[in-house]
Design a protein around this ligand. Structure first.
Ligand code: AHG
Ligand code: MN
Ligand code: MN
Length: 313
């Protein structure tokens, strides 16, 4: 898309529409810069290049590790991040104690899909505080994700009723507005059921799936949370679930992580008019107890999330 298209850039949108503070705007732009490098790395990396050796016999860095390194570097260079929490690190990584923001992120979500050339993504949540343990995802001041598919898209919100906005990476490396004010309506036609293996131990989850099938809803599940929830924001309806199988199962409370997967998406989808719960309470109000905490999640169209919650009780 040419720069002359007249569509606002991410920078201008943050400045003029969202009226984000300068430090938050710079941080989001710095994150978007890392995303461009990740997007390029995905496109130029050889097939099968997930932790193997390349044709020259050189050790290849796994794409999720490379993505983590690129993002970490951007956060350091922003000068505004006191610490970050990444899927690739066991603990909180401290940077500059005097800086205002904590960033939580999944550098590459759906990384096992890379070799199959499916869409994958990066997820980010931003807090204006130094310690998020004991706090809730509602305290985020922005959330965004980047989807590396046939096109590279970035979707962000700064919350507070300012909306959820979608940008496309153009040929000269700018994120340009594609659609503003994405919305999620109350009823869903599509369903996206994660961790289906849980059904063998959790019959209620099976009943929810049966209901979707009986109602002839359309299945849209890729195995990448970013792509699957982007589908909901893009089509304006749908439900995505990842439910646990109970105490004896592989993922007792669900597979996804509260801090850097579910929290940011809950912030985005609620801002777009949908809801996100763990089956009994809003994800946004669920206390963060540890870096790698997992949670069940039902997210998307309000009426569908509530109806499914009832079946799971
Ligand atoms: P990651 O690649 O960061 O480990 O995350 C993959 C996640 C998420 O994107 C997706 O919704 C889920 O794993 C898929 O799990 P199932 O294959 O068990 O449904
Ligand atoms: Mn993930
Ligand atoms: Mn990941």
């Amino acid at each position: 898309m040419p720069a002359s298209s007249g569509r606002p850039s991410l920078n201008y949108h943050l400045l003029a529409h969202s009226k984000a503070s300068d430090d938050l705007r710079h941080l989001i732009l710095e994150i978007s810069r890392a995303a461009k490098y990740i997007s390029y790395a995905i496109q130029t990396t050889e097939t099968g290049l997930s932790g193997t050796t390349n044709q020259f016999g050189e050790e290849q860095v796994k794409l999720d590790v490379l993505s983590d390194t690129l993002i970490s570097r951007s956060l350091v260079e922003s000068g505004s991040v006191c610490c970050y929490i990444s899927e690739e690190h066991e603990d909180v990584v401290e940077l500059d104690s005097k800086a205002p923001f904590t960033v939580v992120f999944d550098p590459l979500d759906g990384s096992s899909l890379v070799d199959a050339n499916f869409a994958i993504g990066s997820i980010f949540g931003i807090y204006r505080t130094s310690d998020i343990i004991g706090r809730t995802p509602r305290e985020q001041v922005a959330a965004l994700y980047v989807l590396y598919g046939p096109r590279t898209l970035l979707v962000y919100t700064v919350g507070g009723g300012k909306g959820v906005h979608e940008f496309i990476l153009n040929d000269v490396g700018d994120f340009i507005l594609l659609r503003d004010h994405l919305g999620v309506c109350d009823d869903a036609k599509n369903f996206s059921p994660g961790n289906l293996r849980a059904i063998s131990e959790n019959a209620a989850y099976g009943s929810a799936v049966d209901r979707w099938l009986k109602e002839e809803k359309t299945l849209r599940y890729s195995g990448c949370m970013v792509a699957d929830i982007h589908h909901i924001l893009s089509k304006g309806q749908g439900i995505f679930t990842n439910i646990g199988g109970g105490p004896k199962s592989k993922y007792p409370v669900g597979k996804l992580r509260h801090v850097f997967e579910c929290g940011p998406f809950a912030y985005l989808v609620e801002e777009a008019g949908g809801i996100a719960t763990d089956g009994s309470m809003p994800i946004l109000d669920k206390k963060i107890t540890s870096v790698d905490q997992r949670t069940a999640i039902l997210i998307g169209s309000k009426n569908e999330v509530k109806a499914t919650e009832k079946l799971l009780r």
